[in-house]
Write a protein that binds this ligand. Structure first.
Ligand SMILES: [Zn+2]
Length: 222
């Protein structure tokens, strides 16, 4: 694993773990060599604390999740497929509302399938290519330790808020809830992109906003 200090993002080399275990339940957390803070305090925290901090967009929670918690290589395809499935579901809700059909599952195959599929494929290709092109142009040392798939994985995982779309299957929500979820995904993508690249915030906002805007534009064209 490529461990990082969650406070400053310092790369903690030659460590197999971020804590030392003396006996079951008795651990000592490592300190960061750069900022002298505890390298990853979330190791001792409940998962709910991490979830709340992720929702609050705290960069240290994103660093813990993206660098110290998850095996990035094993997760890439699972996260990518989940990202696409949730996006397909979002388009399904949108298509159902556009057609004015209350039961979108009945309307799905005949009315919306081809348009939705094209929207899903071309919208997301445009979105991901935009992120990667910006990343390539903004980062000079991309091949040393930042790889494209790590950035894409961060984008996939930070779109987790789309999971709340599933609640729309059970309860009837106004379409504006979809806009709120989209805005939350945009801001969460921005924090994750900043954590992975350490670029200035304004550049991260520009990258994520332009990628979402191009995806929206492709969907509008289709
Ligand atoms: Zn540090």
């Amino acid at each position: 694993m490529d461990f990082r200090c969650i406070e400053c993002g310092f790369h903690i080399r030659s460590k197999k773990s971020l804590y030392v275990q003396y006996s079951p339940g008795n651990i000592r957390l490592m300190k960061c060599e750069s900022c002298r803070a505890v390298a990853d305090e979330y190791i001792e925290c409940e998962i709910m604390i991490l979830l709340i901090d992720l929702i609050l967009h705290k960069p240290k929670a994103y660093r813990h999740l993206l660098y110290n918690k998850l095996d990035q290589q094993a997760l890439f395809w699972k996260a990518g497929i989940s990202f696409l499935v949730l996006d397909a579901y979002r388009l399904l809700i949108l298509s159902g509302r556009e057609e004015g059909v209350s039961d979108m599952w009945i309307s799905f195959p005949s009315l919306t399938y081809p348009k939705m599929l094209m929207n899903l494929i071309f919208g997301n290709i445009a979105f991901l290519v935009t992120v990667l092109l910006w990343t390539r142009s903004l980062l000079k040392d991309l091949n040393t330790f930042l790889r494209c798939e790590h950035i894409l994985l961060a984008i996939f995982l930070s779109s987790y808020f789309k999971i709340f779309l599933i609640a729309m299957m059970v309860w009837e929500f106004p379409l504006s809830v979809l806009l709120i979820i989209d805005l939350f995904v945009l801001s969460s993508n921005t924090v994750a992109f900043k954590v992975m690249t350490e670029l200035p915030l304004d550049k991260c906002i520009m990258v994520c906003f332009s990628a979402h805007a191009i995806k929206f534009f492709v969907g509008w064209l289709i």
